[in-house]
Design a protein around this ligand. Structure first.
Ligand code: F6R
Length: 606
């Protein structure tokens, strides 16, 4: 979280820094700031809240330096005030930072004892004083940073500029991604290539432990041991044109509506559509010998993984263990020989997912990652990468990445089942044909958006909302509740429908809408019994189902009709109504749909 940019430019850079920060706002938006070298000394402008506040500040107090760094923050240490906003600086050095300096308390004590005065509550300020301290003791900027890096513990990406140095910027990466952009007579630094897309597509990614000395004429990269290293220069495919709302009011709306297309792209990567077969990449493991599949991820990506568990167990007949990455990484779970571990992540940078991946790798698992950002750390550290072709997802609430993850997981389940003989050729054809139908079926759901706007008015008045589902619809209930709470701030919980009577039913009364995800499948009858239990207690039932509502046998507050689909593909179809309900409720309530409070898109802290 937190976005970093830096420019060694040929003209004043403040406007371009803010422009690049706008493309990084998905990483955090609590506060923002820029610092430049102004006639040899360092100056900065910072503002609490969204980037537009910083823009306003720069209009009244412009900066004209040609060398500068910028930052958009997701607060970890210290409240999101202007005082705690980056860049942090002394008279000699200015720093932007993404990540957490874990030993900052020790460093602060040490540096305070040496006479340094800390002005903020941030961990980042320790870096400023550490580098300043080295410089005050006679080190040049490069040696000072090198010495400081040796003392830092934790995960960080840093961009550093210096007073009196108009042609120098130092970048360092340990645990948080950093991209260096090569321009003509200009150099750029960014948390990702999208931030730099309007300036350059020539990108060098720093690797773990790397630090780089950047000048307008070029960059020299060093590894952790201080040895010069060559990192490849690649042509980035990130296009600034992709980061645009089109005709939609929010990125989230645009991304919901893109789903037929991006699911279709993702499926075509794993299916031979013409012959209704899976065409899955070699994972480098004999699928017939897999003893267990272990899946781990966070948030929405975890719910995609949970659907994957139902599919892999049902269709491929392989046991699946799944846990959220923040738990699995500390459980010291024994992992089997011949195990396949699957990590699901849109950003490919989620700290807990990455740590769990490393644990699984160290424990002999074959690692496959389902990621949306192919250049991400999770992708690079995996044995096999299964890309989702969702394109950049800017809305903080994940929508199209989720359904593309489901698409990739469904193909994985079929591929494993087919290889092991659990799926016959006929069944493979049936399942692949069902998947090919998904984009069309989703388009039919998207054509009926009016209904959601009406339902949103009612939901916006609720204090609590429950979501119920059974089987592979249970993760959809969890995802529906997460979507609603993260963008509308209404308290919502998802439950396995059968669990209702074991406690949550106590919450039901006339004021609690209960959203039931219930496709007409072999579990519908059981779910209907749970719906009746809710109705008997006055709960307001909103049924999302392709079943005839009259067969439910009780009064419904509303019915959201869905198209009939194959049981395999229902989770992909039912994702859309739960997304639309959350979206329209949030729009009706006037929340910041694309950048909900307290959240960030890429969670690179633990
Ligand atoms: C919710 C959401 C998050 C992410 C989670 C994992 O809408 O987007 O729950 O799914 O933070 O992020 P990635 O997929 O980037 O690992």
């Amino acid at each position: 979280m937190c976005g970093i940019v830096g420019i060694l430019g040929s003209k004043p850079v403040a406007t371009d820094l803010v422009d690049a920060l706008r493309r990084l706002e998905y990483r955090g938006y609590d506060s923002a700031g820029v610092a430049t070298v102004e006639n040899g000394h360092l100056e900065r402008r910072r503002a609490e809240g969204k980037l537009r506040n910083l823009e306003t500040r720069l209009l009244s107090e412009p900066l004209s330096g040609h060398t500068g760094i910028g930052h958009t923050r997701w607060a970890t240490h210290g409240r999101p005030t202007e005082r705690n906003a980056h860049p942090h600086m002394s008279a000699k050095v200015s720093v932007v930072h993404n990540g957490i300096i874990e030993n900052f308390r020790e460093l602060k004590t040490e540096l305070t004892a040496k006479g340094h005065t800390f002005e903020t509550d941030t961990d980042t300020e320790a870096v400023v004083h550490l580098v300043t301290d080295e410089m005050e003791r006679g080190a040049g900027p490069i040696d000072a940073v090198k010495a400081a890096l040796g003392k830092l513990k934790g995960a960080f990406a840093l961009g550093i500029i210096f007073a009196g140095e108009d042609d120098l910027m130092i970048a360092a990466r340990q645990g948080s991604p950093l991209a260096i952009g090569h321009g003509s007579g200009e150099m750029y630094l960014g948390s990702d290539a999208i931030a730099l897309a309007p300036f350059t597509d020539a990108i060098t990614y720093l690797e773990e432990g790397d630090w780089a000395v950047m000048r307008r004429a070029g960059v020299q990269v060093f590894d952790r041991a201080g040895q010069p290293v060559t990192r490849p220069l690649i042509k980035s495919v990130a296009s600034s044109l992709l980061v645009d709302k089109g005709n939609h009011r929010h990125f989230m709306a645009k991304e919901i509506h893109e789903q037929p297309d991006v699911i279709s792209h993702t499926l075509s990567n794993y299916l031979d559509m013409a012959n209704a077969r899976v065409n899955f990449p070699d994972l480098g493991i004999d699928l017939t010998k897999i003893s267990r599949v272990t899946i781990s991820a966070c948030g929405t990506a975890y719910y995609a993984g949970l659907v994957g568990k139902y599919w892999i167990e049902r269709y491929a007949r392989v046991p699946v263990e799944i846990d959220v990455a923040s738990e699995m990484r500390y459980r010291e779970a024994p992992l089997p020989a011949d195990g396949l571990a699957v990590f699901v992540s849109q950003s490919g940078e989620t700290a807990d997912t990455l740590a769990t991946l490393r644990y699984a790798k160290a424990n002999g698992q074959r690692i496959a990652s389902i990621v949306n950002v192919r250049t991400s750390t999770i992708a690079r550290e995996s044995h096999a990468v299964l890309p989702t072709l969702a394109g950049p997802e800017i809305g903080v609430a994940s929508t199209k990445a989720f359904t593309c993850q489901l698409a990739a997981l469904a193909c994985l389940a079929i591929a494993i089942g087919r290889a092991r003989g659990a799926i016959s050729q006929e069944l493979e054809q049936e399942l692949v044909t069902a998947l090919v139908e998904v984009p069309r079926l989703i388009s039919t759901v998207l054509r009926n958006e009016e209904q959601y706007i009406e339902l949103a008015h009612g939901l916006s008045k609720a204090r609590d909302v429950l979501y119920l589902g059974r089987g592979s619809s249970y993760p959809l209930a969890l995802e529906g509740a997460l979507k609603l709470k993260e963008i509308s701030y209404i308290h919502a919980e998802g439950y396995a429908a059968g669990e209702l009577k074991h406690g949550p039913i106590a919450l039901i009364d006339e004021a609690v809408p209960v959203i039931v995800v219930a496709p007409e499948d072999d579990l519908l009858e059981k779910t209907v019994s749970n719906v009746q239990e809710v109705a008997a207690r006055g709960g307001q039932i909103i049924l999302i189902s392709n079943a005839n509502p009259e067969t439910i046998g009780c009064a419904l507050a509303a019915h959201i009709p869905t198209p009939k689909a194959h049981p395999l593909t229902n989770p992909l179809i039912y994702a859309i109504p739960v997304q639309l309900l959350a979206y329209h409720t949030a729009v009706f309530m006037g929340t910041d749909v694309d950048q909900p409070r307290n959240l960030a898109k890429s969670v690179t802290v633990e």
